[in-house]
Design a protein around this ligand. Structure first.
Ligand SMILES: [Zn+2]
Length: 254
């Protein structure tokens, strides 16, 4: 039994090393500035344990920013999904977990120019935390080694707009939706306004979207002592961000 385990770990290790080598070879087609050459071939490798272990939270945030630049410039990396899918069956070493709204106009992997095995994605309307989502984040960071947790709101978020407008979903028999909107309302209440408290007030709505992402980050820290202490030790970073639907740009709130 022990011998077969040893053989298995040697096989896994060498697989990881080969995969790691392939990753480096393929990324040499990227210039220093992250712009791609025309001879680039589709990426076939996936993130390895070594690559995940070798990155700091700040480096990961830097890569995500660069990936978002590629998305904004309509310059997404070519990926060989069937090769990546086959390699990914062996395990996963994602570098980050993103909590996003469910909005169909926010394609999270594309937004950061990422593919199979790169990130965990949790989604719920209004990108708020709950125990299941924080539990998933604890798994991503404390068990699976991801080092960055991003709470990403987006402009023109319908869930936030309905929370601002106090939409009574319960009166339409949508009690679960009503509960969800109630979870977002504290972010509305903490946002200052000079004008009308209405989703028609775009400046106010954008402030609520910002504040909701920041509040969710704080709530995650409160709900998860494990993640709060990993962050204090500098091993992970939990940050808020907002995706602009018009430009495709992600603004990190640091
Ligand atoms: Zn939304």
């Amino acid at each position: 039994m022990k011998t077969s385990l040893k053989i298995l770990s040697i096989v896994l290790l060498s697989y990881g090393l080969i995969s790691c080598e392939g990753y480096k070879k393929e990324t040499t087609t990227m210039s220093q500035e992250g712009t791609k050459t025309s001879i680039e071939k589709p990426i076939q490798s996936i993130l390895t344990a070594e690559e995940q272990a070798g990155m700091t939270p700040d480096e990961i945030i830097g890569r995500l920013k660069k990936g978002n630049e590629n998305f904004v410039n309509n310059n997404l990396t070519q990926r060989d999904h069937s090769a990546q899918r086959r390699k990914a069956t062996i395990g996963q070493y994602p570098k980050a977990i993103v909590l996003s709204c469910v909005d169909s106009r926010v394609p999270v992997e594309d937004v950061f120019d990422l593919g199979i095995g790169d990130i965990f994605v949790a989604r719920v309307a209004g990108n708020i935390e709950n125990r299941d989502i924080v539990g998933s984040m604890e798994f991503a960071s404390a068990v699976a080694g991801s080092k960055v947790i991003i709470v990403m709101g987006h402009t023109a978020c319908g869930a936030i707009m309905h929370a601002i407008d106090n939409t009574d979903a319960a009166s339409m028999n949508m009690n679960a939706l009503n509960d969800l909107l109630n979870e977002i309302k504290p972010s509305v209440e903490l946002t200052e306004t000079n004008g009308e408290v209405s989703s028609k007030n775009v400046a106010f709505t954008n402030s609520v979207i910002n504040n909701n992402a920041i509040k969710t980050v704080d709530d995650i820290r409160k709900m998860s002592p494990v993640m709060a202490s990993l962050e204090e030790e500098g091993k992970i970073k939990i940050i808020a961000a907002v995706y602009d639907m018009e430009t495709g740009k992600v603004k990190f709130i640091e």
